[in-house]
Design a binder for this molecule. Sequence first.
Ligand code: AMP
Ligand code: ZN
Ligand code: FE
Ligand code: FE
Length: 279
Amino acid sequence: MKSADLHLHTIFSDGTFSPEELVLQAQKNGLACIALTDHDTVEGCAHAAAACAAVKMEFIPGTELTAELADTELHVLGYFLDTQNEQLLTEIAKFQIVRQNRIHEMVACINELNVPLKVDDVFALANCKSPGRPHVARAMIKAGLVRNLDEAFERFLKKGRPAWVPKAKMSALEGIELIHQAGGLAVMAHPGLNRTDEIIPALVDAGMDGIECFHTKHSTATSERYLQIAEKYNLLVTGGSDCHGFSKNKPLIGTVKLPYEYVEKMKETRISRITTNSN
Ligand code: AMP
Ligand code: ZN
Ligand code: FE
Ligand code: FE
């Protein structure tokens, strides 16, 4: 049966695979279709599209926007985006600057604790426009300041820890609109991780198209719950591994295999939207 993984990260945000390495891994896992969803960027999409074309794998250009609603952080996935869309590129560039400034702030907090992490080392390791906490954690490991990612997050980077710095986020409603005007479908990422089901009706009212029912960190019961919610609100169903490469143990790609029929439904919705808009 054909399957897809619609939630994947590369070195263009906080993953460790290049787009080419990611496609190779997707091939090894027998996936027919992948979407790239790096945080607040679409920079890797052209590379991944080329790598997919070379092996005749279907590719969906995407992103994972960091957004908020009612003081809750949530991630909004965008699929089938026009990665040249001007408004999309302008908006995400602002949030990339926020991410870069936040690295300086996090390192300053770490230095205040007399832990000698160098900000240049973090940027050298991240080497992308959309750096995040995993890059800080990896730079700390590399400098011998912590033993592993968990220690870095537990001691410094997790919410409430001394180097946790909140970041300015777009509102979820703006995120949905931004994705739509770039021709994409907007999907709520890993709802089971946020435990914020009460915001789903507001997202549906804002035009959200789908919900990520299948995710590495969703139990079978959690997936079932969101499948029911998808049915209730007539939402598209998506799923993906949220693979970040080798950042933690074995790569997650291949652990979630979304039956391809869900991708077909996404394509039908997208086509009907284009037809409606052009009438
Ligand atoms: P940021 O976007 O900079 O806030 O970083 C969020 C990313 O950090 C998530 O996408 C995860 O990949 C990663 N992350 C969050 N919490 C942890 C944790 N406790 N251990 C390892 N990685 C984490
Ligand atoms: Zn990430
Ligand atoms: Fe996420
Ligand atoms: Fe993700």
